[in-house]
Design a protein around this ligand. Sequence first.
Ligand code: 2DE
Ligand code: MG
Ligand code: MG
Ligand code: MG
Ligand code: MG
Length: 324
Amino acid sequence: AGIQGLVELVSGDMEKVNALILSKAGSNVELIPEIARHLIDSGGKRLRPMLTLAFAQMFGYQGEGHVILAASVEFMHTATLLHDDVVDESDMRRGKLAARKLWGNQASVLVGDYLLGQAFKMMVDVHSLEALRILSEASAIIAEGEVLQLGAAQDTSTTYDMYLRVIEAKTAALFAAACEVSPEIADKGDEVRAAARKFGLELGYAFQLVDDALDYGGAAADLGKDVGDDFHEGKITLPIIYAMERGSDEDKAFWKRCLEDGDINEGDLDHAIKLLKENGALADTVQRARDYGASAIETLSGLPDGPAKQALREAVDFCIARVS
Ligand code: 2DE
Ligand code: MG
Ligand code: MG
Ligand code: MG
Ligand code: MG
């Protein structure tokens, strides 16, 4: 499934978003646009800002606030990627060397901070205290989720509930906020706002579940990032939770050695992938993503029909089709 319908639906607005992104990535400090552009020009899908724009269309919003908020959302996302690759010690992003490999961790973190600051300046331009609240809350929650994840790392007794808490905070919260700001600035009531938010949350869950399956089951060429990053970080994602539940004593000892002790040797990643495929851990993770995708689509049924709804459905299918 492609995302062409969504891309076409928002293409006029997205041109404005892209222009704004380029202008706000500027700075007299030359290293800032250099690093920011490395990521901005690297062919990201702009999925989150597309959600903001699609919901603005769904609610017939007239004005420029949605464009500015969409650019803010993408800057927040870009800031999280710069920080994430430092935290995760990742080497590849969007098919290129991660910024931290080219300019170092310090510059990556600081340019992320700059983009986050620029994002908040843009939000203020919209003059919606509620939209500012929604996005600033998301920003705090994302950081909270990352800290929570840090505490759960290398703990193979991590529960499904804890995992869900982490992915809700680190990933789904931004999807939810990206969706919720549009009904807010279009002056829709609480119920509509809650539905848009719920859609974003469920899509976000699906997105991260797929991401976590692909970290073992994908191909680096498709992902634009290395396979096995989560394994090397000792991250306890859903595939691992399933594998721990299902594994033999020997398998459990393997997971503990690799993920708890960080004692990973040649061939261990291949063995991990083989186990996760054999015991259905990856397939069942993808099934959970499908379930959340189905809930997201169900959530749309309470919202106005039309091309925006159709495009949002497509976005759900697209996120899941990355693995199926
Ligand atoms: C994706 O996780 C989650 C990203 C959130 C990162 C947020 C950080 C806090 P993944 P991939 C580091 C910074 C917060 C700000 C700037 C508000 O699975 O697989 O690591 O793409 O993503 O590396
Ligand atoms: Mg990462
Ligand atoms: Mg991460
Ligand atoms: Mg990942
Ligand atoms: Mg990762």
